[in-house]
Design a protein around this ligand. Structure first.
Ligand code: MF3
Ligand code: CO
Ligand code: CO
Length: 266
């Protein structure tokens, strides 16, 4: 989501066990869309085709709602962000994915009134080692942050662990977009920044549900918004960007990854 620089009195919703169970269902469905689409993410397909496959699966098989569709005017059911696109890429049939490309597919579904939000990177065919490394380090940033999520961890701790690991690996962290609280509302408080200082900011509490979704650039952190479509965010320097996202629920002893895929073990 867009980081709006608010210094707000936060209205964070603490979820009941019953609400977390519904979030668990929504999260699992979102993860299953990423698993379903994986064999289709190959050279020659268009992101428009990927959007239609996901849309039909979410609506017909899952009997859920693709949250991006018509969200603040977004025209499609998923986000597909290719190469230098940082986030919010709009699926289209104008270009086909080709060998060496990378693409982030970001899925958000609504089931029984609750949202599940998750994204991952895909390499098309043979990607060069430098690009593989960008995708891997970005995923490691997400995993390192997930590792420290428990009651008492501060938002600054989360931002710091991501920023420190990204910069140690000579990548930059996008500042303008951030993770977010999530539940009945797609983007709710708090904003989860992917940079920060240890011990700063609000402490996480049991019952919170939020996303972490770091965006790392191979080059400089600066981004630009496509003024024609009003959505597509790209790196200013044209170099590649990667993003991974999970939705989490905070429990007394740690956190639960609501959007975990079968290949992941938390
Ligand atoms: N799924 C994105 C996120 O992680 C938000 C997409 S909003 C859209 O917050 F309108 F672009 F779909
Ligand atoms: Co999100
Ligand atoms: Co998302």
């Amino acid at each position: 989501m867009f980081h709006d620089n608010r210094i707000e009195p936060m209205s964070i919703t603490i979820k009941t066990a019953d609400e977390i169970e519904r979030m668990r269902v929504a999260g699992r469905l979102a993860a299953e869309v990423l698993e379903m689409i994986t064999p289709h993410v190959v050279a020659g397909i268009t992101t428009g085709e990927l959007d239609r496959i996901c849309h039909d699966y979410i609506v017909n098989q899952q009997q859920a709602v693709p949250a991006p569709l018509n969200y603040n005017g977004f025209p499609k059911s998923i986000c597909t962000s290719v190469n230098e696109v940082v986030c919010h890429g709009i699926p289209s049939d104008r270009k086909r994915l080709k060998n060496g490309d990378i693409v982030n597919i970001d899925i958000t579904v609504i089931k029984d009134g609750y949202h599940g939000d998750t994204s991952k990177m895909f390499g098309i065919g043979k990607t060069i080692p430098h690009t593989e490394r960008l995708m891997r380090v970005t995923q490691e940033c997400l995993y390192k942050a997930i590792d420290i999520v428990r009651p008492g961890t501060t938002l600054g701790d989360i931002g710091h662990i991501i920023q420190a690991y990204a910069e140690k690996n000579h990548y930059s962290v996008v500042r303008e977009y951030c993770g977010h609280g999530i539940g009945r509302v797609f983007h709710e408080d708090p904003q989860i920044l992917h940079y920060g200082r240890p011990g700063v900011g609000m402490a996480i509490e049991e019952g919170m549900t939020f996303t972490i979704e770091p965006m790392l650039n191979a080059g400089k952190r600066h981004v630009k918004l496509n003024q024609k479509d009003g959505w597509t965010v790209s790196t200013k320097d044209g170099r590649n960007s990667a993003q991974w996202e999970h939705t989490l629920a905070v429990h007394a002893d740690g956190c639960e990854v609501l959007t975990a895929r079968t290949e992941e073990s938390f």
